[in-house]
Design a protein around this ligand. Sequence first.
Ligand code: PRP
Length: 205
Amino acid sequence: MSSPLTIALPKGRLYDRVQKHFETKGIFFEFEKRKLVAYDREENLKIYLVKNSDLPTYVAHGIAGMGICGEDVILESGHHFHKLLPFSFGGTSLSLAGLKDFSMEDRGGPLTIATSYTEMTRRYFHDQGIPVKIIKLNGSVELAPVLGLAPCIVDLVETGSTLKANNLEVFQKLHDIKVHLIANPAYYKIHYKAINKFIGQIRED
Ligand code: PRP
């Protein structure tokens, strides 16, 4: 029997969607309490459960040959991966948002933005020729305008309910974000037959 393909999956809401999708394709797995490594029932896959923003690190180092994550995570990491398969679930957008009464025009000086996505934010506003001051946060970014840390945020928006609950609104969309199966290029070269078979199995109808 050949050794299992290795794949990293992100903790959080995307994990549940991936697990459900895999089940519809006959791939079953679950993580025992607090465990971070699991195999699917057939032992064709060795699965690592990692923090979303760490996923590219594991795939770039070849620890996990493949991963499933949003383009936000891929672009922010700066690593190069093969994007093997897009998924229809988990789509979001990276957007600039802030308090409803904030006016971009009246700001006077650089636009202060709190975000976890410092690289994508820097690149986007640099390309637009808009000077920005970026404050890095790791989560609950919507608090920043509410508490006065920064008038604006750049964050993922899916349903919009987190913004709404904090009296914030979208000013501008920066990127549409899709979820992809990615692979380490060297790993793909070695395991392309098994990976292509796996892609055939998990492809959406
Ligand atoms: C993400 C994102 C927003 C929220 C958007 O956060 O950072 O806060 O989801 O989703 P919505 O538009 O459906 O409300 P997540 O829940 O992953 O946690 P985080 O704040 O720790 O990033």
